[in-house]
Design a binder for this molecule. Structure first.
Ligand SMILES: Nc1ncnc2c1ncn2[C@@H]1O[C@H](COP(=O)(O)OP(=O)(O)OP(=O)(O)O)[C@@H](O)[C@H]1O
Length: 322
């Protein structure tokens, strides 16, 4: 969907993006992770022409990005930033409706879309559509930022540290929500973060950026299995390796026939890390696995989870739909 080909960006004689080649695949979540100043935001801003690249080519839908008008590009790409950028004197509905309004949608259509998005993001439309941003919590404001970016159904969502300013619990909730929405609609997403757990949880394709250069890219599991150098190992974190494995594997690939002898259930799309937490909190050795319709599809055993923590077989986790 977006191709970066040998792209460089230079600010005041300093090369901040150096020969970057990257393919943002349709329907996937691509996550760029890097330390502060590594060039993450610059990559995102070059994608929607907030910044112009100096060398190489950026193609969007097969065409050089410079051939599009910046305003057209920005309508086709939703943009979510950490500080949300909501208009303080506009209601939630007006904020979400910004782009549809620019596109001259009918009033009723905008109204219906606002309500649809609020519902999708677990906010009751009757309660929230007329509120102003200062009447919302940080997490709710961030949801409105996401809703606004998605309002006109853009082809791609660009997300710049969207959950960076939130507390860990709200952050985890919104990450799960983004994952759920992605499962439902398969939207193409390019997200940047400096948080490795967030990156591992969300990424189909993970890109490690350091000093404006890509150190390694690929699916998270391959990167964990074959880190290119010490820098990558440092990124991933030497500790908690087993737990990070668990966050990449999913319950549905460890389901056995049968049913738990207790009432505890877990969703098939939960990660093994979430399963581990449930085993500990609930004090059980087995859990019944259910699908999205709450139908019982088998059982997961604590021992199997421990076994996978010692080193999952690649084939088990590869192709794991997240
Ligand atoms: N408009 C600008 N003019 C000059 N230098 C800039 C400009 N924007 C960014 N830079 C520099 O480019 C480099 C990369 O910045 P960028 O914002 O892309 O990093 P980042 O990885 O997103 O960092 P952070 O995680 O701290 O937001 C930094 O050294 C920054 O100082």
């Amino acid at each position: 969907m977006i191709h970066f080909e040998h792209v460089s960006k230079i600010f005041d004689d300093q090369t901040v993006i150096d020969d970057l080649s990257l393919h943002i695949e349709r329907g996937k979540i691509t996550v760029i992770i890097g330390t502060s100043g590594s060039g993450k935001s610059t990559v995102l801003k070059m994608a929607n022409r907030l910044l112009e690249h100096d060398r190489g080519r950026i193609l969007f839908a097969g065409q050089e990005i410079r051939s599009f008008k910046p305003e057209d590009i920005r309508r086709r790409m939703g943009y979510v930033i950490q500080s949300t950028g909501l208009f303080p004197h506009w209601t939630v509905a007006q904020n979400i409706g910004t782009v549809p309004q620019l596109l001259h949608w009918r009033k009723e259509k905008i109204h219906a879309r606002v309500d649809e998005l609020l519902t999708m993001l677990s906010l009751n439309p009757d309660e929230y559509r007329s509120r102003f941003p200062h009447e919302l919590s940080g997490g709710q404001q961030q949801r409105i930022g996401v809703a606004r970016a998605m309002a006109a159904d853009p082809e791609i969502l660009l997300m710049d540290e969207p959950f960076g300013a939130l507390d860990p619990i709200t952050r985890a909730g919104l990450q799960a929500e983004l994952k759920r929405i992605h499962r439902l609609f398969g939207k193409t997403i390019l997200l940047i973060t400096h948080d490795i757990d967030e990156a591992l949880m969300l990424a189909d394709h993970l890109v490690l950026l350091d000093g404006g250069r890509i150190v390694q890219q690929g699916d998270p599991l391959s990167i964990m299995m074959q880190p290119a150098n010490d820098k990558v190992i440092e990124f991933i974190g030497r500790n908690d390796m087993g737990i990070k494995w668990l966050s990449l594997a999913h319950v549905k690939n460890h389901v056995k026939q049968g049913m738990a002898t207790n009432d505890v259930q877990i969703a098939e799309h939960a990660t093994l890390k979430e399963a581990l937490s449930e085993f500990v909190v609930q004090g059980v050795n087995t859990m019944t696995v259910v699908d999205q319709m709450q139908r019982h599809i088998g059982v997961v055993h604590f021992n199997d989870l421990l076994h996978s923590m010692r080193g999952p077989e690649t084939s088990e986790v590869k192709g794991d739909e997240t």
